[in-house]
Design a protein around this ligand. Structure first.
Ligand code: SF4
Length: 432
């Protein structure tokens, strides 16, 4: 597939003109945020935006209704959140959030700064489409299945599988070589690309990248799994400290709660599941964090129905939306119409091979100018419902139109607004 138009992913310096006002996307390589940076972001959201910080499906964040773009970029740059004017939109790096603290075969967070620095140091790599995604999986199989473009997946403490177009390409590299090989693969993608946004769009792209790199693949291939369990709640670190996995309703973090999290003064990782991990806590402070922030709306309960529900921007954020899907999804949760998984036989295993499209959390409609071809199979539609009549079991994604922006990977029931109510389509079943 050759594109005729450049990608339109927003950044801090190039805002997206959403229906509810300008939207800025801030890249967080590896999802990492220092407390001071979160504080700056919270203040910027409250003073220059709509008062919320949106968590995206690539572990980035978005601010909506930005009133003063220059002031925002200045604040973010001062906080180290905009280290490059030229490369800001290509710093799309996701990494296993718990890596280096809990389990995993290697600490991939140690590779993230080197990859980010290498990207920014190469002027040509500023030409990468904003949709290209780098993935670093520490071997626990939580990231490689996201369908990135270029990545590594730990096979032991000092060896990684090279992942191209979301698949193990059979190349094995050492820790010392991992970053340079990924950067070389990024250059190779540019060599091959003629308007393509993603490596999988290039004919035989992975093999041709390997040829350019002059590497010889082995015969072993790893298979990457579907969506993992989101790390939520109390998580014991290998070093005796504690991490807390927390989610927010529909991926929207109110600035006031963000300020409380920043005040904990511990590193924070935004996950690609629109949640976060607050790290390196002693037990007593961790207990206090849960005690204070749970009543404020931070979700530490892995059984919360909110963890089953995602939604696109809908009205009023998106001009294409047929209704306010976020309000309808919220009403469904609060009235008990989101049933726990297993309540009825709805979801099947993921056999779709879906690829994750960029940052479509409460997504920007421009990032979905074309409906993602990999999710055009809606399965069996089970009829139209008024908003108050939608009762669905397990993972579900509410969309304001057929584009289904922000739909997560894996077995998800689609709840799509139409002119005549919501169309409900469980995930396809029984496909090989
Ligand atoms: S799914 Fe439709 S309504 Fe929702 S954000 Fe995308 S384009 Fe807008």
């Amino acid at each position: 597939m050759t594109r005729t138009n450049p990608d339109s992913c927003p950044g801090v310096l190039r805002l997206h003109q959403a229906a509810d006002g300008p939207l800025a996307r801030i890249r967080l390589p590896g999802g990492r945020l220092e407390p001071r940076q979160l504080q700056v972001m919270a203040e910027a959201s409250a003073e220059l935006g709509d008062g919320n910080i949106e968590l995206t499906s690539r572990g980035n964040v978005q601010l909506r209704q930005v009133r003063d773009a220059a002031a925002l970029s200045e604040r973010l740059a001062d906080a180290g959140l905009l280290p490059s004017d030229t490369h800001e939109r290509v710093r799309n790096i996701v990494a296993s959030p718990l890596s280096g603290r809990i389990g995993g075969l290697a600490d991939v967070h140690a590779l993230v700064p080197a990859l980010d620095t290498g990207l920014r140091a190469a002027p040509r790599l500023a030409e990468l489409p904003g949709r290209v995604l780098f993935t670093l999986d520490d071997g626990r199989n939580d990231i490689s299945g996201l369908g990135g473009d270029i990545g590594v997946h730990a096979t032991d403490a000092d060896e990684f599988a090279l992942v191209l177009a979301g698949r193990d390409c059979g190349i094995r590299v050492s820790t010392a070589d991992a970053v340079q090989v990924m950067l070389a693969a990024a250059h190779a993608f540019l060599d091959l690309s003629s308007g393509h946004w993603r490596l999988h769009e290039v004919d035989d792209g992975a093999r041709r990248v390997i040829d350019i790199l002059g590497l010889s693949p082995g015969t072993e291939r790893l298979e990457f799994g579907a969506a993992p369990d989101i790390p939520i709640g109390w998580l014991d670190q290998d070093n005796g400290l504690v991490s807390l996995g927390a989610a927010v309703r529909l991926g929207s973090l109110p600035a006031r709660i963000a300020e409380f999290i920043a005040a904990i003064e511990r590193p924070i990782f935004i996950t690609p599941w629109r949640s976060m991990v607050i790290t390196d806590l002693e037990e007593w402070p961790a207990e206090q964090v849960v005690r204070v922030l749970a009543p404020m709306g931070l979700i530490f309960d892995a059984n919360s129905p909110w963890l089953q529900v995602t939604a696109c921007a809908g009205r009023p954020g998106c001009a294409k939306a047929l209704t306010d899907v976020r309000a309808d999804a919220t009403a469904a949760v609060e009235s008990g119409r989101v049933l726990p998984p297993g309540n009825q036989p709805a979801a099947a295993s993921d056999t779709s091979g879906h690829t994750t499209e960029p940052d479509r959390a409460t997504a920007t409609p421009d990032s979905t100018a074309t409906a993602p071809s990999a999710i055009t199979d809606l399965g069996t539609t089970i009829g139209l419902r008024g908003a108050d009549d939608v009762t669905v079991t397990g993972r579900q994604h509410w969309s304001g139109c057929d584009r289904r922006c922000g739909r997560p990977r894996g077995p998800v029931t689609d709840i799509v607004a139409t002119q005549n109510g919501y169309r409900i389509a469980p995930p396809p079943t029984g496909r090989p």
